[in-house]
Ligand binder design. Structure first.
Ligand SMILES: [Zn+2]
Length: 391
């Protein structure tokens, strides 16, 4: 278990000074040492940031994607397990307008537990830009923690003028959502291209609203969470062209490409453009990609779970390096409250992502071995400064 001993001490905050400790004289001096010690331990152990996970998903509230209740809500347990291995911040991915509103509300409710979010529309949901914004629908979806939303294809036909008015209204709404909630919204996203989702949203619509969101939100001064999947070099080409067109007096574009599993050329291009890459369990399914992502400089690297997706399975190449296992209920068995659920990835598994990365890194970089602690510290520093999180 990752620094488990140290971490158990982190639970004791400065205000909880043990009685025996408090009775010592001189009290002020000792309390000062105690506070400093706690701060140092906290810096060393609570240093995982999950930069992309889908905590608005109904599966974290015991409901499946068809809306059927499977077990009691265990959301609190999910958050507690994450904290127990030092996951300090969890950045919930905004994937549609309604999911973004729901993510902001979840962050408000659990801000002290380290929840933050992004606001944006995923390529699979990009068809929603052509539809009118019905606020009562958004409201009822966002208020229900176990609500389910699936992307809908652009089946209704709107005139170009109507689509233009609807998309403008939605972009303005999203911008206001970001501006009004800057204490919890740490990035724009996820936006990008995903040709694995063409049945939900055609190519042209994805590309149009990728660029429109870049245009609309780049002036907000926030970093971007970018999504690229199964689209060849279309994502890098579109992004590269867009970046070329930006005025030189603007602050440099700041983006992290998440769930990265692209080609070596794509990886090189993104790094050359000054972008960051965030990897999850899916990067370690095969040896080839595991070796490739271990070449990403640590000052450009971030970690995520992409929960509830992308769990690390025993057939994956990287599984050999997993050290931390959690009590887990088998799939299709009644959930034993307080345990993980097989195949439902969750933020506590961040510790496995770090273990697997470190194991693979040392396998593929034998000339420059690194400890897990050093990986965590460097990636923590990178992530913290990228998202402007607490020092
Ligand atoms: Zn994504």
């Amino acid at each position: 278990m990752l620094e488990q001993q140290n971490h158990s001490m982190v639970v004791a905050e400065a205000g909880d000074t043990p009685t025996a400790f408090r009775n010592c004289v001189p009290q002020l001096f000792l309390e000062d040492i105690y506070r400093t010690t706690i701060r140092i331990i906290k810096m060393r152990s609570a240093c995982l940031i999950d930069v992309a996970l889908n905590l608005t998903d109904c599966v974290f509230h015991g409901v499946d994607w068809k809306g059927k209740r499977l077990h009691d809500d265990d959301f609190e347990h999910v958050l507690s397990r994450a904290a127990s291995v030092g996951v300090e911040t969890m950045i919930i991915t905004g994937t549609s307008l309604a999911q973004s509103v729901k993510a902001v509300r979840l962050c408000r409710k659990y801000k002290e537990r380290g929840l933050r979010c992004t606001v944006g529309v995923h390529p699979a949901h990009a068809s929603e830009f052509s539809r009118p914004l019905v606020l009562s629908d958004v409201e009822s979806f966002a208020e229900d923690e176990s609500s389910v939303i699936t992307p809908k294809n652009n089946d209704a036909s709107f005139s170009p003028e109507e689509e233009d008015a609807n998309s403008t209204c939605r972009l303005e709404y999203l911008e206001k959502l970001i501006r009004d909630n800057k204490d919890v919204v740490v990035a724009v996203g996820e936006i990008g291209i995903d040709y694995a989702e063409l049945s939900y949203c055609p190519r042209e619509t994805q590309e149009t609203y990728f660029i429109k969101q870049l245009d609309a939100f780049s002036r907000l001064g926030l970093p971007f969470l970018l999504h690229s999947r199964e689209c060849g070099d279309h994502f890098t080409r579109l992004l590269g062209e867009w970046m070329e067109k930006q005025p030189t007096d603007q602050p440099p574009f700041c983006g992290v490409v998440h769930s990265f599993n692209g080609s070596p050329e794509e990886q090189r291009f993104l790094l050359e453009k000054g972008l960051f890459l965030s990897i999850n369990g899916s990067a370690f399914r095969e040896r080839r990609l595991a070796e490739q992502v271990c070449q990403i400089p640590l000052d450009r690297l971030m970690f995520e779970t992409d929960a509830p997706w992308c769990d690390i399975r025993n057939k994956d190449y990287g599984f050999q390096y997993v050290k931390t296992q959690f009590p887990t209920t088998k799939k299709k068995k009644p959930l034993v409250m307080g345990t993980c659920l097989e195949r439902r990835n969750e933020p506590c598994h961040m510790v496995q992502v770090v273990e697997v990365f470190t194991g693979c890194y040392n396998e593929f970089n034998k000339d420059k071995p690194i400890t897990q602690e050093a990986v965590m510290e460097r990636v923590y520093h990178t992530t913290n400064s990228f998202f402007h999180l607490s020092p």
